[in-house]
Design a protein around this ligand. Structure first.
Ligand SMILES: C[S@@+](CC[C@H](N)C(=O)[O-])C[C@H]1O[C@@H](n2cnc3c(N)ncnc32)[C@H](O)[C@@H]1O
Ligand code: SF4
Length: 493
């Protein structure tokens, strides 16, 4: 770990690191090849978290027929979506509804939350029966949203109890719950965290997004820098393992704002940091980019790249963090998030419950060479999800059969984030799908020639990974590997 650097030294080191990569001179060549920092969402999400991307899924006509053929294997991770938040953050495109907790909300809103939780219980029961039949155990639990911490302590306790009752959890399981600074700082928030820990929660995750007051105001987060810091201190006093989300380049974000955030992180030292890059959907909250007069307040590409480099150099060289990928950093490898690996992987199954939650199941048996599994998602509309559960219908709204071709695409999209090693299965699919394999060979060759991808030998494995230059455009490059079919589906949406 190095000594704390002054801002002028840190900025000039980061600029020097960029110029060693050929930035800015190389940018026009990269742009010509379609590689540039993007400010709008990639296939339905602000970063590449899933494959296929959520916007590529097709409408399900008969959800009950689909549900009856889905087969989980020995183990799956579990995600539960709590679709309520105290704030309507201006950048967020998640399926959430505003709710300020039982005491500050109308009876109607409180009743809606109770109805949602009952719907969720029904879904837990129905999948509990199914997983019981297949002998499937749960390897990790993530209760996210939204802001689960807005629920009352009793509601959270009974949700956890229901999960334990209906599913078989592996021993020593990681259970993560999400919150927000406002819910942590609310009266009783600290006690709620302690109660969650007592109830078996092992990890906590929340976002401050920024410690800059101007950015926080524009983002409508409802707190200032001092409260964000205080929330970190409270969480740190309860949980050993916790994650903090930040977003680079939110409205009016700058490299100076990045530096301000780094100065606070030096004091807080969260075990796990996720530092996303702000990308916006054409949704009521997230439509800043399309508003004339606002667009020019977003930082340009060169500033974003400088900010990224400042983050990497300071967290890694100076503060001793391990870099997991372009967005994630851990103080110690023990704090790596096993759930994130599952969420993004196709080889590890995921069962997502609640409105908008997605699931994937790998059903490769080796018998059917043309079928590899399913990717499916519940209704994103909260009312539609609740109504489906209340009337005994399966709430799956969209899906995509996971063909071997899509499996090959996923091996690039997901694999490249931390380094892709070709498996025997990938090689077999490449023989069966020569056109697709040629498409990927050309794509990889082009990106290698631009210095964005390279190969290295790890023991007997040939690993393809992003270079430092490539990592600056990580999500953009990963999304370039969406299969031609998926790209076509996205262009139709
Ligand atoms: C579903 S939120 C859950 C955290 C919690 N509700 C909060 O805001 O503190 C997960 C994270 O996604 C990130 N996020 C949401 N919208 C984003 C966007 N448009 N661009 C980049 N990151 C975004 C934020 O960092 C947020 O903390
Ligand atoms: S960022 Fe978090 S708190 Fe804000 S609307 Fe999205 S999910 Fe809710």
């Amino acid at each position: 770990m190095g000594d704390a650097t002054t801002p002028s030294v840190a900025f000039s080191n980061a600029s020097e690191a960029l110029s060693q990569l050929g930035i800015p001179d190389i940018l026009p060549t990269l742009h010509q090849a379609g590689v540039a920092i993007k400010r709008s969402i990639l296939g339905g999400s602000h970063s590449v978290v899933t494959y296929p991307p959520l916007n590529a899924l097709s409408k399900v006509e008969d959800s009950s027929a689909l549900s009856s053929i889905i087969r989980y294997g020995a183990q799956t991770s579990l995600y539960i979506h709590i679709a309520f938040c105290e704030t309507e953050c201006t950048f967020c495109h998640y399926a959430v509804r505003k709710y300020r907790g039982q005491e500050k909300s109308s009876q109607k809103k409180t009743d809606d939350v109770v109805r949602y939780l009952s719907a969720l219980e029904k879904e837990i029961e129905s999948w509990g029966r199914k997983l019981h039949e297949s002998g499937t155990t749960i390897s990790s639990v993530y209760i996210g949203g939204g802001t689960p911490l807005i629920l009352e302590t009793e509601q959270l306790r009974s949700l956890l109890a229901k999960i334990c009752e209906e599913f078989t959890l592996v021993s020593g399981i990681e259970i993560c719950v999400e919150g927000s600074p406002l819910t942590i700082l609310a009266p009783g928030g600290h006690e709620k965290l302690q109660a969650l820990k007592l109830a078996g929660v092992t990890r906590f995750s929340f976002g401050v997004q920024s410690f800059n007051n101007e950015v926080l105001k524009r983002a409508a987060r409802g707190y200032k820098r001092a409260q964000a810091y205080q929330a970190c201190m409270i969480v740190n006093s309860v949980f050993e393992n916790w994650n903090l989300d930040l977003i680079q380049s939110l409205y009016m974000g700058t490299p100076e704002e990045v530096w301000e955030n780094l100065e606070i992180l030096r004091l807080v030292r969260p075990p796990h940091i996720t530092w996303y890059h702000g990308r916006f959907a054409a949704r009521p909250q997230g439509d800043w980019l399309s508003v004339e007069g606002k667009r020019e307040h977003f930082e340009g590409e060169l500033s974003t790249l400088l900010g990224r480099m400042l983050i990497w150099r300071t967290l890694v060289d100076e503060m001793g963090y391990h870099q997991v990928d372009g967005n994630r950093f851990v103080r110690d490898p023990e704090f790596e998030d096993p759930f994130k690996k599952t969420r993004t992987s196709v080889g590890n199954d995921l069962l997502g419950l609640g409105a908008s939650s997605y699931s994937h199941v790998d059903e490769r048996t080796g018998q059917d060479p043309f079928f590899a599994g399913w990717f499916f998602r519940n209704h994103t509309d909260i009312a539609a999800y609740v109504e489906a559960m209340e009337s005994g219908r399966i709430p799956i709204g969209t899906c995509m059969p996971f063909t071997p071709a899509e499996h090959l695409a996923a091996s690039y999209v997901i694999g490249l984030r931390t380094g892709r090693t070709e498996t025997e299965y990938d090689r077999k699919v490449a023989i069966e799908e020569p056109t697709l394999a040629a498409h990927y060979r050309t794509l990889v060759g082009g990106l290698e020639a631009l210095g964005l991808l390279e190969r290295f030998q790890d023991g007997s494995n040939d690993v393809l990974h992003l270079t430092l230059l490539g990592r600056l455009f990580e999500d953009e490059i990963l999304s370039a590997f969406y299969s031609p079919d998926v790209l076509q589906a996205l262009s139709r949406r």
